[in-house]
Design a protein around this ligand. Structure first.
Ligand SMILES: [Cu+2]
Length: 139
């Protein structure tokens, strides 16, 4: 009986101690017809005191979800490609924005219309899985 009481007191404390140091804000995605591609943008802030790394993303809204960067592919051309991870330094933010890093949603599983919201799971090496909700809107 005593053990159970201790557990009820300490469990919330333990869970609180594991609170995430990663903050995801202003997540939004471009509209796309079912089967087409969309991109997701957001700001990720690391409020902790050690570096963390985003290494994967998942969403039921797309068949394939990749972390992408935009790069200069020629004089007047921009290309984009998959990256394995994005590092977020302690006490700093990384903006995923048009023309920069984005989460690529390849082959949307439904129509993504302005006003909808989609759930995305982001995986960080230190802080684990973070679920965020992104609003679908036009830029
Ligand atoms: Cu892309």
């Amino acid at each position: 009986m005593k053990k159970l009481l201790l557990l009820t007191i300490f469990l919330p404390v333990l869970l609180y101690g594991q609170q995430t140091k990663i903050k995801v804000e202003n997540a939004w995605a471009r509209p796309a017809a079912m089967g087409h591609n969309s991109a997701l943008y957001m700001t990720i802030t690391n409020t902790g005191d050690s570096e963390d790394t985003l290494y994967a993303a998942k969403s039921s809204a797309a068949q394939i979800v990749e972390i992408h960067e935009t790069y200069k592919a020629g004089d007047d051309m921009m290309g984009m490609r998959e990256v394995e991870f994005v590092k977020i330094s302690p006490g700093s933010s990384v903006s995923f924005k048009p023309g920069g890093h984005h989460i690529m949603l390849i082959g949307s599983t439904k129509d993504l219309k302005a006003g909808d919201s989609i759930k995305v799971e982001l995986f960080f090496r230190k802080n684990g899985k973070i679920i965020t909700e992104a609003k679908v809107k036009t830029f």
